[in-house]
Design a protein around this ligand. Sequence first.
Ligand SMILES: Nc1ncnc2c1ncn2[C@@H]1O[C@H](COP(=O)(O)OP(=O)(O)OP(=O)(O)O)[C@@H](O)[C@H]1O
Ligand SMILES: [Mg+2]
Length: 262
Amino acid sequence: MFGKKKPEKTNLEIIDLNEDSALSSDKNPKVLIEFKDVCKKYSQGEHDFYALKDANLTINEGEMVVILGPSGAGKSTLLNLLGGMDSASSGHIMFDGEDLTTYSDNQLTKYRAQNVGVVFQFYNLIPTLTAYENVALMKDIKDDTADPLEALASVGLADHAHQFPSQMSGGEQQRTSIARALAKNPRLLLCDEPTGALDTDTGKEVLKLLQDMSREKNRTVVMVTHNSFFADIADTVIRVKNGGIQSVVHNDTPKDASEVSW
Ligand SMILES: Nc1ncnc2c1ncn2[C@@H]1O[C@H](COP(=O)(O)OP(=O)(O)OP(=O)(O)O)[C@@H](O)[C@H]1O
Ligand SMILES: [Mg+2]
């Protein structure tokens, strides 16, 4: 029920504000992101190919969102647009009332630096830097970053701060990459298959960490996955197919990450 628009109204920002105050008080949702008829088009010879076509969706602040869909559906495209790492061919992408599609390159760089953290399937840690140094890198990007040791402690890695990625397990490396994203204190945490390289138990730990971030710290977590079991833990599930949004389903009673099995 969160974020559903009343069709007769046309001013999106006003709708969102009005609906916010009328919605349930337990999560006190505020619309953070809105896609309006967003397309991402690539020219292929004489034809245009749409990696994403006429996408419309709304994401509330503090939500845990899962994006599901088969390979090539447009999931990473959607995530990259959300993160300002790619630009739309048409349509509007609103973030906290600002239209990202009107931003200059400089403004987009600032948007990414200030607001977006990213966690990838294969961690993307710098192999010649320790866990601490990998997390400390965020200080070069943003002023008000968290203390690297605190960020590592928050993912249970205080004792591993001086290890290099090659000296850590996959789960520890992924937790380091989450600590790195966390150190930035981003409003939006984007995760592309964050458990894809992990065994089930370690994957569950990572899911729990991401869910806690949304539940306890009110960060907006958007996770792309092929694993439909993850739908159970999401506040909102977005299904993508052939470049189109098939459905956006809100779940009032998401499971705890520790309960999900696959
Ligand atoms: N730079 C590009 N140029 C041309 N086509 C692209 C480009 N980037 C993505 N595509 C195409 O857009 C479609 C959607 O790609 P996307 O990476 O979003 O899929 P996905 O859902 O993330 O798939 P996967 O689950 O395999 O990661 C694919 O058919 C892909 O080949
Ligand atoms: Mg992808």
